[in-house]
Design a protein around this ligand. Sequence first.
Ligand code: HEC
Length: 158
Amino acid sequence: MNNVLGSTTQKVLSVFFAASIAFVMSSAALAQQDTRTPEEKAYQYRGGVFHAMEWKMGQMIQAKIQADKQAFQKHAGDMAYLAGLIDEGFIANSIVEGSKAKPEIWQDREDFSRRANELQQTAAAFAESGDIEGFNPRKFGGDTCGACHRNYKEKDKE
Ligand code: HEC
């Protein structure tokens, strides 16, 4: 009996051991392959946040068209949450290749952060009120997204 248990335990242990080795090796391989700098990661991070916001903007408009107040409130709440994630993505010296961020962001960081905060407040107010009629996509986009883009994002080059 002892023997049987013993060998089972050994098997389990050796499988576990092999799995841990494989895990350590694959993490090492991953770490080696990742040649991105922290600045490039920050750029990709904020790109993810902005593209999620773009999606949420579409969902808010969709909810308005369908007069779905509940969905509207959910997506507005998500937008507010996402807006709170913008600021940390703009670490120093992160105008990396592909970035449209303007140096002015770091010259007047307080103003930049204030605009992110304004978007957050505006979206949070819609999440709370569910005021679908009061939601004008062009005005919302212009006052929040556009107001920041005009000062801090390069125009599309082409
Ligand atoms: C506080 C400032 C600020 C606010 C508010 C803001 N953005 Fe941006 N956004 C930027 C900056 C700066 C970039 C460029 C980042 C980069 O390329 O490094 C950007 C990039 C983007 C991108 C990436 C695509 C592209 O053109 O390169 C999308 C999409 C986007 N924003 C959508 C939105 C939407 C939608 C809103 C409003 C719901 C919004 N943004 C609000 C500052 C802002």
